[in-house]
Write a protein that binds this ligand. Structure first.
Ligand SMILES: [Zn+2]
Length: 383
């Protein structure tokens, strides 16, 4: 096997080493050849002839197989290692690029998916937070409405201050509403119930005051009964002169029921008797008003009644005797210059001075005193 490097130069089988130097060296090799002949000038003026002699090796990719065919053993070691790998690598580029693109796309997809999940979670949290904010906003509004209702309730009870009707100010009820509102401060639905309770209590007080104002402003019956009771009761006591059946029994002139303590009923038939006078009506109105006070201040009334042996009637008579100057239980009602009626009012017992002092002391403790309504039992006023 001859050494390819020693192969004669006219052999076309030395592509690589012959070609590579040919491109760089041929011009130099041509010039030392001396002035060309006329016939040789066309070929010597340019290196093409030399390159023409060695074009075979130039297109190494296209004509590489040729040398292998003539001298496979010699050309393969030089030509193949240099040229063959290049095409192979070029063919792999798309695969690598595609692979990289694929990885990038997968990565991008994963990032997009992660971002989507993150955005989804964030969106859910925003929705939850918005719901919480909305609930808190609703709760705050409910608390404000409840506070306004309690303020209205408090304002509703103020007109009773100083009046002898402690039962008309239901402090236990108002405190219960305030306490419920405190316990339900985080429960919007339960607060609705408390708000309704407070508003209902306030409306009842407002209606009571409106009715009292109207009652005190007019004397619908035009009677001494109503005139006296409007003055004593400031309009909170209603006078009803009832005709027909006797509302208070066969003999009673007037009466007050414990079920309706602010209503004084007068028997129209008894009231029409010849012996009746406005003075008598006035004194009896005081007696009936005492019954109203007994019913609207039950604890104090029970204590004071002890001074009368527990008798609420003699106690009521004593109220008239104490506060109506000149009042007595026995009267002479003259119907002419020569005739008169002897009229006994009440229950036949004229109370002593000490009993009258009990009545004064009792009456002094009746006026309504505004009490603080606390929210949580801490003593802090609700409004
Ligand atoms: Zn009576």
């Amino acid at each position: 096997m001859p050494d390819p490097r020693t192969t004669p130069s006219d052999e076309p089988v030395q592509p690589t080493e012959a070609v590579q130097p040919a491109e760089d060296a041929l011009p130099d090799e041509v010039e030392p050849a001396g002035p060309p002949s006329a016939s040789e000038a066309p070929e010597a003026s340019a290196p093409e002839p030399s390159e023409a002699e060695a074009p075979a090796p130039e297109p190494s990719e296209a004509e590489a197989p040729a040398p292998e065919a003539s001298a496979p053993g010699a050309s393969v070691p030089d030509a193949s290692p240099a040229d063959a790998p290049a095409p192979v690598r070029r063919r792999r580029w798309p695969i690598v690029v595609i692979s990289i693109l694929g990885v990038l796309l997968l990565g991008a997809g994963a990032v997009a998916g992660w971002l989507y999940v993150q955005l989804g979670d964030a969106s859910d949290r925003i929705v939850e937070q918005n719901q919480e904010l909305e609930e808190q906003r609703e709760l705050i509004e409910k608390k404000e409405v409840f506070g306004a209702a309690m303020t209205r309730l408090h304002e509703g009870v103020v007109p009773l201050e100083g009046l002898p009707f402690t039962a008309l100010a239901d402090w236990e009820r108002y405190q219960s509403i305030a306490t419920s509102g405190w316990f339900h401060r985080w429960d919007a639905d339960a607060l609705d119930t408390d708000i309704a309770r407070a508003e209902q209590a306030a409306e009842q007080l407002e209606s009571l005051h409106a009715a009292a104002a109207a009652e005190a402003a007019t004397n619908a019956s035009g009677s001494a009964w109503e005139a006296t009771l409007d003055r004593l009761g400031r309009g909170y006591v209603t006078t009803r002169i009832e005709r027909g059946d006797t509302p208070c029994g066969a003999e009673a002139l007037a009466c007050v029921s414990s079920n309706e303590p602010t209503i004084v009923r007068v028997s129209a038939g008894q009231d029409a008797a010849e012996s009746m006078t406005d003075w008598l009506r006035t004194g009896v109105a005081y007696h009936e008003f005492a019954h109203t006070l007994q019913n609207l201040n039950p604890e104090a009334g029970e204590a004071a009644a002890q001074a009368f042996g527990g008798d609420y009637e003699t106690m009521a008579d004593c109220y008239s005797l104490t506060f109506l100057d000149g009042w007595t239980l026995d009267h002479e009602i003259w119907t002419s210059d020569t005739t008169y009626w002897e009229v006994s009012i009440g229950y036949g017992y004229t109370c002593t001075e000490s009993q009258r002092q009990v009545i004064r002391d009792w009456n002094a403790q009746l006026p309504v005193v505004i009490q603080p309504i606390t929210q949580d039992g801490s003593g802090r006023a609700a409004s």
